[in-house]
Ligand binder design. Structure first.
Ligand code: DOR
Length: 454
């Protein structure tokens, strides 16, 4: 493997963008130097070989980000490979500039024992092109009754979650938090009180009334967040809230953090960029929790700006074309997100001046990585070489982006098997040209590939 030198890129290094030359050798970043190429006439993305026999790529006008970290994806294997596989999901991740994905446990078998988890881990070892770190289930079969085998799973999972369903029983959640704390693990909660959902399919707001859909009220989420934060305070457990969609959950999270509780939260690109007024009678607008009101979107944006929200996570949830073809009322919950997250947020939040590019990159990479820097992830890091950002001696896990490229989102170009996205047809800026994992390309844009292989 020859040395690779990425010169004159705008590199996210130590919290800010700097013009740097980045040298990669044997999968690691070995040098970071002030850019040597300013003013040179080498054309962008044109590799040359220098006297040290390094491949030199001119990255003028390109941005280099640490690989994105998604705390919330569904790769559907084992059990539902007709929707997505670990290979297709991780290829989609690399296409979106991600190098770490944490996979949710609503699988078959559910990873509630080490034996079950091992089925997933074997496929990851064989097929994943980015780092794929599984969650363990909170309860056996995600059925909400008996706790999963926490002790057995703990060394191999990011944290514990029953994502897809809420843990209805308060006593069970308390028990889970006590165990997770003893093992140095987080509880990652899909907060949803099913009795309050009351069969609602979209947000209980103006669109639902106008189009005669059953509404899902915000309380179905925030009531369980409220309960769980009280439990986290009582038990001292580290608690993380999945896909926050409501302003009330944001307020509860902010209060908990003010008290100094170890409580964090994530939201998704769709909650940050759309409101229920944007819904259409189409399954690609159906997910759980639903996209809510303008006031909710505003609160989520504020929380991302002031740091109350730790991370943006996609909740990439692919389903088959048939499962998403049954309209808003009958399609399965879930949209894909890995291949659109950065361009959508860059276009909608950064180019409009709502969020800085630094804040966006931190919410998509360094913040979730650092916060989940738990013992087991450290072990995973040691064996997998997962870096915590762009740094000398760290593995070269990064994305090279052309932020000037503008295009229309077309699901036919996705590497994911899932195509249902509410962002289809949106014009966005920001194209991932190359994603490196351990210095090797996990995704290469055809134009970049052509240049590299000249
Ligand atoms: O929309 C969703 N899809 N929300 C969930 O909580 C689960 C997910 C899935 O697994 O499809």
């Amino acid at each position: 493997m020859r040395k690779l030198k990425l010169v004159n890129g705008t590199v996210f290094y130590h919290g800010r963008f700097q013009n740097l030359d980045l040298t990669i050798d044997k999968g690691r970043i070995v040098r970071l130097d002030p850019s040597s190429l300013s003013g040179s006439s080498v054309s962008p993305i044109s590799p040359v070989s220098n006297e040290n026999n390094e491949i030199v790529m001119d990255c003028s006008h390109l941005h280099i980000f640490p690989g994105f970290v998604d705390l919330h994806v569904h790769f559907r294997e084992p059990g539902f490979s007709y929707k997505e596989t670990i290979e297709t999901g991780s290829r989609a991740a690399a296409h979106g500039g991600y190098t770490v994905c944490c996979t949710m446990p609503n699988l078959k078998p559910v990873p509630d024992t080490l034996e079950n988890l091992e089925v997933q881990r074997a496929i990851i070892r064989d097929k994943a092109v980015v780092h794929v770190l599984p969650y363990g289930a909170i309860t056996c079969g995600e059925k909400g009754a008996k706790l999963a085998n926490f002790e057995e799973l703990a060394p191999y999972v990011v944290a514990f979650t029953d994502d897809g369903v809420g843990v209805a029983d308060e006593g069970r959640m308390r028990e889970a938090m006590v165990k997770a704390k003893a093992l140095g693990k987080a509880i990652v909660a899909h907060a949803e009180e099913i009795a309050l959902v009351n069969g609602g399919v979209i947000h209980d707001g103006t669109y639902a009334v106008r189009h005669h859909h059953k509404g899902n009220p915000s309380a179905s989420e925030w009531k369980q967040v409220e309960r769980d934060i009280a439990l986290a305070e009582e038990t001292g457990a580290r608690y993380h809230i999945c896909h926050i969609s409501t302003k009330e959950s944001v307020a509860l999270l902010r209060e908990a953090q003010k008290k100094g509780l170890p409580v964090t939260g994530e939201t998704g690109p769709h909650y940050l960029t759309m409101t229920d007024e944007d819904l259409r009678e189409d399954g690609r607008f159906r997910m759980n929790p639903p996209i809510r009101s303008g006031a909710d979107r505003e609160a989520l944006r504020e929380a991302l700006i002031d740091g109350t929200l730790l991370a943006v996570a996609t909740d990439h949830a692919p389903h088959s074309a048939e499962e998403k073809s049954r309209g808003l009322d009958k399609s399965l919950n879930g949209i894909v997100g890995l291949e659109t997250a950065f361009p959508v947020l860059y276009t909608q939040l950064v180019l409009t001046g709502i969020l800085s590019l630094e804040q966006l990159v931190e919410a998509m990479s360094t913040r979730p990585m650092a916060s989940f820097r738990l013992p087991e992830v450290k072990e995973a890091k040691a064996s997998l070489g997962i870096p915590y950002g762009i740094e000398v001696n760290e593995a070269a896990d990064l994305g090279i982006w052309d932020l000037n490229a503008a295009y229309t989102i077309d699901p036919e170009t996705f590497l994911s098997m899932g195509h249902a996205t509410p962002f289809a047809g949106w014009t966005v800026h920001g194209m991932c040209l190359n994603t490196l994992v351990g210095g090797e390309s996990a995704y290469e844009d055809p134009a970049w590939k052509e240049r590299c292989c000249d």
